[in-house]
Design a protein around this ligand. Structure first.
Ligand code: NAD
Ligand code: ISE
Length: 341
C-alpha cells in the first residue's frame, strides 16, 4: 500500500521532506502540495502532484490520505484542527502551535476523535546518538541524572522572518522536548538569562541561557545561539551521580593534516539530523498507513508550548516562571509514561 501525502508549506523543510518522501523512503507518494506562495508550491511539487489553492482543499481531497504541515508555526493550529476534523493522520513540524490555548484545542479535538492522529516534528528522538544517550541514562548504571547541558547553536537564521521570540518559541522547543524525553521527567519551571548581545544577529535578542527545572529535581541548562556563524553545533551532556554521558560531536570523523586536528561542522539541521528525519518519517509512514500516529504527540507539543510561554515570561520577569500542566488526557496515558508520573 502507498500512503498518499499532501504537503502544506513548501519552504526549506517542506522541500527537504518532499525530497525524503519521494527519493529516499518507500511506501509513500506526495500527491498534493499547497503554499501561500503558489509559485513556490508549483516549483516544489513533484511530478504528478496537484497544487491546491488552500490548505483546507488539500486536507479534504480524496487524493490525500495523510498530511504533512511545514508552514510557519502560527498557521499550524488551524491546519491541525482541519486535519483532525477530516480524520487524517498529520505530521506537524514543530512548534506544534504557538499558544497554550491552541495546544489545548488540538488535544481536545484529537480526544474527541478518539485516537491519535498527530505526530509533532521533534526529530531528535529519532537520532541514533540521542537514542544511545537515553539508553545509558535509562540503564541506571551512572545513577540518577542531576544536570543536562544542552547546546543549540545555529550558524544563522533568516533575517526578518525569524523574530526575537523565536529562539524561545521556535528553537528552544527542541531542547525542552529532548530534556523531558531523556530525563523521563516534566518541566516545572523556566528561568532565562540574557548574556551580552551578539553583534552577529543585530536585530535579534541572541544568545540566551535557559534553565529548565525538572519535576524530580534535575536542572537543564540550554545555550541558544542562533547567529553564531561557524555552523550548526548541537551538543548534549548528562551529568549523573556516578558519571557523565555525552553526545558525540557530528560528523564524528576527525581530520588531521597540516592545518591541525579538526572535525567538520554541519551547515544546518538538514545535514546534522538527516538520518533522524529519515527514521522519523519511516515510523510516521507506518503509523499513518494504519490511520494513526505514534512518536511525539500533541501532549508533547503542549509541554513544549508551555515551556516556550514560560521562557518568554521569564525574559520579562527575570524570575523563575512556573509551569502548570493539565492532567494528562487518557488518549496519551497509554504512551511510555515519564518517570515523574
Ligand atoms: P520557510 O519560511 O522556509 O517555509 C515555510 C513555508 O510555509 C513558506 O513557503 C510559506 O510561504 C509557507 N506558509 C506559511 N504560512 C502558510 C499557510 N498559512 N499556508 C500555506 N503555506 C504557508 O520555513 P521552514 O524553515 O521551512 O520552517 C517551516 C516549519 O518547520 C516551521 O514551523 C519551523 O519551525 C519548522 N522547522 C523544523 C525543523 C526541524 O528541525 N524539525 C527545521 C526547520 C524548520
Ligand atoms: C529550525 O526551525 C529547527 O527546527 C532547527 O532544528 C533548529 O535548530 C533551528 O533553531 C530552528 O530555527
Amino acid at each position: 500500500m502507498t500512503l498518499n501525502v499532501g504537503v502544506i508549506g513548501t519552504g526549506m523543510i517542506g522541500q527537504d521532506h518532499i525530497r525524503r518522501l519521494t527519493q529516499v523512503l518507500s511506501g509513500v507518494a506526495v500527491t498534493a502540495v499547497n503554499d501561500i506562495d503558489r509559485t513556490r508550491a508549483e516549483s516544489a511539487a513533484p511530478e504528478g502532484a496537484e497544487v491546491f489553492d488552500t490548505p483546507q482543499a488539500l486536507i479534504r481531497s480524496d487524493t490525500v490520505d495523510a498530511v504533512l504541515i511545514c508552514s510557519w508555526g502560527p498557521a499550524h493550529e488551524e491546519q491541525l484542527l482541519d486535519c483532525i476534523a477530516a480524520g487524517k493522520p498529520v505530521f506537524c513540524e514543530k512548534p506544534m502551535v504557538t499558544s497554550e490555548a491552541a495546544a489545548l484545542k488540538v488535544m481536545e479535538a484529537e480526544a474527541s476523535f478518539g485516537r491519535r492522529l498527530v505526530q509533532v516534528g521533534f526529530m531528535r528522538r529519532f537520532d541514533g546518538d540521542y537514542r544511545r544517550l537515553k539508553a545509558v541514562i535509562d540503564g541506571g548504571g551512572l545513577g540518577l541524572p542531576l544536570m543536562y547541558h544542552s547546546v543549540h547553536r545555529n550558524a544563522s537564521v533568516p533575517p526578518g522572518l525569524y523574530t526575537s521570540e523565536m529562539p524561545l518559541n521556535d528553537t528552544l522547543v527542541h531542547d525542552a522536548d529532548i530534556s523531558r524525553w531523556l530525563l523521563s521527567d516534566e518541566i516545572t519551571g523556566v528561568e532565562v538569562r540574557l548574556p551580552r548581545r551578539s553583534r552577529q544577529g543585530v536585530e535579534l535578542r541572541d544568545p540566551h541561557i535557559v534553565l529548565l527545572h525538572m519535576a524530580q529535581g534535575a536542572i537543564v541548562d540550554v545555550e541558544i545561539s542562533v547567529n553564531i556563524a561557524y555552523g550548526y553545533d548541537i551538543r548534549g551532556e548528562v551529568s549523573c551521580e556516578k558519571g557523565v554521558a555525552s553526545l558525540p560531536n557530528r560528523p564524528a570523523t576527525v581530520i588531521s593534516d597540516q592545518f591541525g586536528i579538526r572535525q567538520a561542522i554541519p551547515e544546518d539541521w538538514r545535514e546534522r539530523f538527516i538520518d533522524a528525519y529519515d527514521q522519523e518519517f519511516r515510523e510516521w509512514i507506518d503509523a499513518a498507513s494504519n490511520g494513526t500516529a505514534t512518536g511525539p504527540s500533541a501532549w508533547d507539543g503542549y509541554a513544549a508550548t508551555l515551556t516556550a510561554d514560560a521562557a518568554l515570561r521569564a525574559v520579562d520577569s527575570g524570575s523563575l516562571e512556573k509551569i502548570h500542566m493539565i492532567e494528562k488526557p487518557a488518549l496519551y496515558a497509554a504512551e511510555a509514561p515519564l518517570a515523574a508520573e
